[in-house]
Design a protein around this ligand. Structure first.
Ligand code: RNT
Ligand code: ZN
Length: 414
């Protein structure tokens, strides 16, 4: 059998493929709801996305309702091996029993998501939405100089933490609520300091209430620049990393939020030296922060290697963050998630023990030789085995399922 051959090959290098498969199965990926409808949400504000976010492409079949989005997610999960999570944005609230503004959201607007998540065996993660809203029209939210507007967004942040905590409590798995705001400026600001002071005060107000970590974890996400915030982003890397250290909360590293030559993988062991846990937004920046579908590429592989080599999986929450409307949106979820899982499996199958031993003995030639040879070890056969055990197509044939879903379901959405 092919898997047996792979198992023996790895065993000879001191790698236990069964242990790798157990760890892979125990590591959920949080799929981002917003890939399904181009960050549209269900508030029907009809306005611009704003916040420096832009989704390009007009592939037919976008989910237009909660029902359609859930159906698309179910199709995506069916083609991804393992049990995973869903990462919801606040603007995906269910308003079937009446609309409320973002500062007044409660669990009532998310109860149907919880029921659905439970029926699918999914954990939920959450995000306040600081964009696509008239009160974020000038691109400022928690740093707005107007205390009234700032107060509205502070209430939104508090409401989202309460909702996240209740999701985590009901589903019995902690919800990570991740806060990202777009605030910044297109051109050079004369004052970089005051908005940062206002942001810290706003965050302090949002995070004032302590919540049981068994139900809920708080994360903050930095950014380098966005459309309309090319010259200055209030919530920069230094700002939020400092804030997360000071308050011992999760720091979110988005793969698209750093200079293109920076190595995100290298940051993990530094960041985890000072904060308890991290959230990853696995993504792919192309030239600018354009959030392309995750590939099985070197940066993704390096990220997963670092999590395994540093024994950091237990302190890392893995989420995805990209939005591509130029290809089948369900396919975008499936491709990016399968690639993330493949990268993780490859990392779990690395002969790390042997590499460490060589490194400790000063055998740097052997270390490089083995690292490179390891790339062509039969990890694909272990992946096939994982898919087989998970009842999911192992190879390219998952595309047939997607195409048939496209013909029978997506094509009728006109
Ligand atoms: C934006 C951030 C943020 C968003 C989502 C929609 O630059 O990456 O995570 O993509 O919250
Ligand atoms: Zn992100």
């Amino acid at each position: 059998m092919k898997y047996e051959h792979a198992r023996e090959t790895y065993a000879a290098l001191g790698v236990d493929t069964e242990a790798a498969l157990r760890q892979l199965s125990a590591t959920p990926i949080s799929l981002h709801c917003w890939q399904g409808d181009d960050v549209g949400g269900f508030e029907n504000t009809g306005g611009e996305l704003g916040g420096g976010l832009a989704v390009t492409g007009n592939y037919p079949g976008k989910a237009r309702t909660i029902k359609e989005l859930r159906a698309d997610l179910e199709q995506a999960y069916a083609l991804i091996p393992g049990k995973h999570r869903l990462n919801l944005h606040a603007c995906y609230a269910d308003f079937s029993s009446g609309k409320v503004d973002r500062d007044a959201l409660t669990i009532a607007q998310f109860q149907s998501w919880i029921e659905w998540a439970r029926s699918q065996g999914l954990g939920l993660d959450f995000n306040p939405s600081y964009f696509a809203h008239p009160k974020a029209g000038d691109g400022l939210t928690l740093t707005h100089p107007d205390p009234g507007l700032r107060g509205f967004w502070i209430e939104h942040g508090k409401a989202c933490r309460r909702i996240g905590a209740e999701m985590g409590r009901q589903l019995g798995t902690p919800t990570v609520t991740n806060l990202w705001i777009p605030d910044g400026s297109k051109d050079l600001p004369a004052d970089r300091k005051s908005p940062r002071a206002r942001l810290e005060a706003s965050l302090d107000a949002i995070f004032a209430d302590k919540i049981d970590p068994d139900h809920h974890l708080d994360a903050v996400e930095s950014k380098l620049f966005g459309i309309g915030s090319e010259s200055y982003v209030v919530g920069s890397h230094e700002f939020y990393f400092g804030y997360a250290i000071k308050n011992q909360m999760l720091y979110c590293l988005d793969a698209g939020h750093f200079h293109p030559t920076e190595n995100l993988a290298d940051k993990i062991s530094s960041v985890l030296q000072y904060v308890p846990e991290i959230l990853l937004h696995v993504s792919r920046g192309v030239r600018w922060d354009s959030d392309h579908v995750v590939l099985l590429d070197d940066p993704t592989a390096a990220l997963m290697q670092e999590l395994v080599r540093g024994d950091f999986l237990g302190r890392t929450h893995i989420g995805l963050d990209y939005f591509d409307a130029s290809i089948n949106r369900v396919g975008a979820w499936v491709i990016g998630t399968r690639n993330t899982l493949k990268a993780l499996l490859m990392a779990l199958l690395e002969p790390t023990g042997k590499l460490r031993e060589m490194e400790d003995n000063g055998d740097l030639t052997g270390r490089l030789a083995l690292m490179e040879e390891a790339k062509s070890l039969p990890w694909g056969l272990v992946w096939e085995e994982h898919c087989r055990r998970s009842n999911v197509p192992a190879g390219f044939s998952w595309l047939d399922n997607l195409r048939s879903y496209e013909r029978t379901v997506l094509a009728s959405r006109v």
